[in-house]
Design a binder for this molecule. Structure first.
Ligand code: ADP
Length: 351
């Protein structure tokens, strides 16, 4: 192998080979051999550099193994999520069904103390049901099984509807809501229920992570962007489709005057189960300040946006629970989430 390396190098090629050696102590050493020819005062010489890459290779192999292990673990987590949510659904339906029956139809025949207990069971089951629903949604998004029911929707009305649904919570937390809607934006194709769910998740977080008396501002508008509408984006694609033509997108921005989010957390909060900071510091409850959830809300939000070929991101100057720098969540939706149009995307242009 070494002889061939020399011969190829003398022939003018730059050769890079890996050769296994055994050192005096019998330990295997992997060398990367770089060979090239040089001319020095009319003499053709071959210059060969041996670089010990044993450690490098070991690290590479370990990294590859870790990556495979991680991928396997991730897969296990995903299938556990799907399985657990389906297994939890049936008994939960039974608990909810019976407790509802007791608290409604049988209420008069039951001791008030027992009735109150059953009411508590019923409330807890309803909370658990919301978590299970989120688990079902996220596993359907992961498995690409979530079906959108597309229809013409008025994004402004959906913003108003989701704010109205949460009015009670805003007032409980004494938070001011400001809605700036651009009435000139066109209808878009989307799944109204899923978009409501997306907006509720973002607004729900704004309520939770903004102190009492804070302000939440929702703005809608449109803009033209040089983006391809080609394939729906997925978060493992590290590029943005840049098209040749400008397409109109609708944007909803939700700004709060809350605790803010650190730069290094801004990408990860859209991952499932990601919780910022110390979990023990979170309080319980659905809308309490800094209330802890299951960490699925934003993952679902991103899944819904991406299925609509849109994009979601957050901007914040950082997390500061004293000065409250706030955060703004941006949602960008195309007018029509059609898969595949003639516009070339950026990667195709590069190719
Ligand atoms: P959770 O159920 O914990 O709210 P999410 O996926 O909705 O899960 O959010 C993930 C994390 O992102 C939250 O635990 C919180 O730390 C952070 N976060 C989300 N929205 C905001 C916001 N408006 N302000 C500050 N932090 C936020």
């Amino acid at each position: 192998k070494i002889h061939k390396t020399f011969k190829d190098a003398i022939g003018g090629a730059h050769v890079v080979e890996e050769v296994q050696f055994v050192n005096k102590s019998g330990i295997k050493v992997l060398a990367r051999v770089y060979a090239s020819s040089i001319t020095s005062s009319n003499e053709r010489l071959v210059q060969v550099i041996f670089q010990d890459v044993t450690k490098e290779r070991e690290i590479m192999e370990n990294m590859e193994k870790s990556a495979t292990d991680l991928a396997r673990l991730n897969k296990m987590k995903d299938s556990f999520l799907g399985l657990a949510s389906h297994e939890l659904k049936t008994p939960l339906t039974v608990i909810m069904g019976y407790s509802e029956l007791i608290t409604t139809d049988m209420a008069e025949r039951i001791d008030p103390t027992v009735l109150e207990m059953v009411q508590n069971i019923s409330n807890a089951a309803a909370r658990l049901n919301n978590i299970v629903k989120d688990m079902v949604d996220i596993s359907m998004i992961d498995e690409k099984k979530l079906q959108l029911r597309l229809e013409s929707i008025d994004l402004n009305r959906l913003v108003e509807d989701s704010v109205n649904e949460l009015r009670f919570f805003f007032s409980m937390r004494k938070q001011e809501v400001i809605i700036n809607l651009d009435d000139s934006i066109p209808l878009i194709k989307g799944d109204p229920l899923r978009i409501m769910q997306l907006l509720s998740n973002i607004l729900g977080n704004a309520i939770k992570f903004t102190p009492d008396g804070g302000r939440i501002t929702i703005t809608s508008g449109s803009k033209y962007l040089l983006r391809s509408r080609q394939t729906p984006m997925t978060h493992d694609q590290l590029y943005v489709n840049i098209g040749r033509e400008r397409h109109m997108y609708l944007q909803v921005a939700i700004t709060d005057t809350g605790i803010g989010i650190d730069m290094e957390d801004q990408l990860h909060i859209f991952d499932k189960f990601y919780e910022v900071g110390n979990i023990e510091e979170h309080s319980t409850g659905k809308i309490a300040f800094k209330a802890k959830g299951a960490g699925l809300g934003l993952a679902i939000a991103r899944g819904i946006v991406e299925m609509h070929s849109g994009e979601i991101w957050v901007e914040s100057q950082g997390s500061d629970p004293v000065n409250f720098p706030g955060s703004t969540f941006y949602i960008l939706l195309p007018l029509d989430p059609v898969v595949g149009d003639a516009t070339l995307d950026y990667m195709n242009l590069l190719r």
